[in-house]
Design a protein around this ligand. Sequence first.
Ligand SMILES: *[C@@H]1O[C@H](CO)[C@@H](O)[C@H](O)[C@H]1NC(C)=O
Ligand SMILES: *[C@@H]1O[C@H](CO)[C@@H](O)[C@H](O)[C@H]1NC(C)=O
Ligand SMILES: *[C@@H]1O[C@H](CO)[C@@H](O)[C@H](O)[C@H]1NC(C)=O
Ligand SMILES: *[C@@H]1O[C@H](CO)[C@@H](O)[C@H](O)[C@H]1NC(C)=O
Length: 169
Amino acid sequence: MKLSAIALLGSLIACASAVQNLQTADKQLNISSPLLNGAYVAGQILPLSYTPLSSNIVLNVYLKGANVNESAIALNADTSNDPTSNVPIKVDNMTYYQHSINYAIPTTYPAGNYECIFENVATHTNTSIPVSLLAYVPPAGASSAIPTAVSTAPAVSETSIIIAQPSSA
Ligand SMILES: *[C@@H]1O[C@H](CO)[C@@H](O)[C@H](O)[C@H]1NC(C)=O
Ligand SMILES: *[C@@H]1O[C@H](CO)[C@@H](O)[C@H](O)[C@H]1NC(C)=O
Ligand SMILES: *[C@@H]1O[C@H](CO)[C@@H](O)[C@H](O)[C@H]1NC(C)=O
Ligand SMILES: *[C@@H]1O[C@H](CO)[C@@H](O)[C@H](O)[C@H]1NC(C)=O
C-alpha cells in the first residue's frame, strides 16, 4: 500500500514536470496552455488549456501585442464542471475539469511579442503569459505558388468555445 502510493506519487511528479501547470496568484486557476514564452503562428491555432480550481472564478482571456489592438479570445469563458466536454482531473479526492479553447490567431497579426492575459474578474487578478508570434504563412497555391504543404488554418479570426451545458447541482 505504502509502496504503491510512493510509486503513484512518483508518476504524478514525472507527469507534472512534463506538463505546464501554472497556478495563478489567486490560486483559482491552473493554466497549461499557452506555454510560457511559447511560439505560435499567425493564422494558426493558439491553444488554451485551463483548469478552474474555484467555482467563483469569472474568466476573460485576451491576446495583446504592441502593434495590434487587444483582442478578446473569450469573455466569460466556460468554467463549468461539465464532464461531457471537459477532461476530469482528480487531485486529493477532488475532481477538476480541464477546459480547452482553440483560438484562430488573425492572419493580420504581425510577428512579435504578445501577452495572453487571463483575467479573473472575481478576484481582479490578471495573469499574463508571454508568447511570441511568428508571421502568417499563406497557404501554397494562393498567388506565389510554392509547392509545399502548409497547414490549412482558417483565415478568419474566430473564437471557438466549448459550449457550456447548464450544470446541475
Ligand atoms: C494546479 O497546479 C498546482 C501547481 O502546479 C498543482 O499543485 C495542482 O495539483 C494543480 N491542480 C490541478 C487540479 O491540476
Ligand atoms: C486599433 O483600434 C483603433 C480604433 O478602432 C483604430 O483606429 C486603430 O487603427 C487600431 N489599431 C490597429 C493596430 O489595428
Ligand atoms: C480521500 O478519500 C479517502 C477515502 O474516502 C480517504 O481515506 C482519504 O483521507 C481522502 N484523502 C484526502 C486527501 O481527502
Ligand atoms: C486585466 O486585463 C484586462 C485586459 O487587458 C484589463 O481590462 C483589466 O483592467 C486588467 N485588470 C487588472 C486588475 O489589471
